[in-house]
Design a binder for this molecule. Structure first.
Ligand SMILES: Nc1cc(-c2ccc3ccn(Cc4ccc(CN5CCCCC5)cc4)c3c2)n[nH]1
Length: 242
């Protein structure tokens, strides 16, 4: 998969070169290119923003610099791409979206700053390619870069060969619609807190049941919306008895 990121703060994307993702880039599983939007400005001030039409707070990123940058970035590789534009007003990014993105040959991320990017940029490219405006949560960041780090990590870990343990992604939270329950490792007792007995019993049926129960309890407590969204046949009798 090829990933391009266009931003006025390329340094913000440095973590993509670290650890898990750094290895994926090094082994050729992932090809990441970060571009400085200001490379496509022509004025001495390298201006990328201007006051919003209709008034309102802050500044908006001008369309012409974005158009020149995205035209060049898109033309640099023949693979079909999906343009992803983080914004507080975007569609929520979910694990399902991460799986969909992991199937893409190429993702191009446009990182806005200020109060966002002139809407005509999204509208222009949406006429010739898939464009997603996405939110990573109901809080307001200062720009799109952190959202790109989140999305790239969530997508890259789903790519075969990127994670050391492929089972981990398959058994993710949300993979069965529930939050995962508590996890434990050695020592057996830590500061007076013992590991739940069942996990050391070797009784795999009882362990599976216990884990399911803890996941259901935690999900009901922290994310009742996920319980409500479960398909009717998702909960068996033992679940309902909980
Ligand atoms: N999930 C999530 C993604 C982002 C995100 C992503 C990309 C950018 C680019 C710029 N910002 C900052 C920002 C600040 C405030 C607003 C709202 N403002 C209200 C008044 C009228 C104009 C718009 C919009 C953008 C971004 C923020 N935050 N949270």
């Amino acid at each position: 998969m090829r990933i391009d990121v266009v931003t006025i703060f390329p340094g913000y994307l440095a973590p993509l070169r670290e650890a898990l993702l750094g290895r994926a880039v090094g082994t050729g599983l992932l090809d990441i290119a970060v571009h400085d939007l200001r490379d496509w400005t022509h004025d001495v001030h390298q201006a990328v923003d201007d006051a919003p039409y209709g008034g309102g707070p802050g500044m908006v990123m001008r369309p012409h610099v974005w158009g020149e940058a995205l035209d060049d970035v898109l033309a640099a590789d023949p693979r079909p791409a999906r343009l992803v534009v983080p914004t507080p007003a975007g569609r929520p990014f979910t694990q399902a979206a991460a799986h969909a993105y992991a199937a893409q040959e190429r993702l191009v991320f446009a990182c806005g700053r200020y109060e966002g990017i002139d809407q005509r940029v999204v509208d222009h490219y949406a006429a010739s390619m898939p464009v997603d405006e996405i939110s990573i949560g109901d809080y307001v960041l200062v720009g799109g870069e952190v959202a790109v780090l989140v999305v790239v990590e969530a997508v890259a870990r789903l790519l075969p060969g990127v994670l050391g343990n492929p089972r981990s992604a398959a058994e993710d939270s949300f993979s069965d619609g529930l939050l995962e329950g508590p996890a434990y490792t050695r020592p057996e007792v830590w500061r007076g807190h013992a590991v739940p007995e069942v996990l050391r019993s070797g009784n795999h049926g009882a362990i599976a049941r216990w884990r399911r129960d803890r996941a259901l309890e935690r999900t009901a407590e922290r994310r009742p919306d996920l319980i409500a969204a479960l398909p009717p046949d998702a909960l068996d009798e033992a679940d309902r008895a909980l």
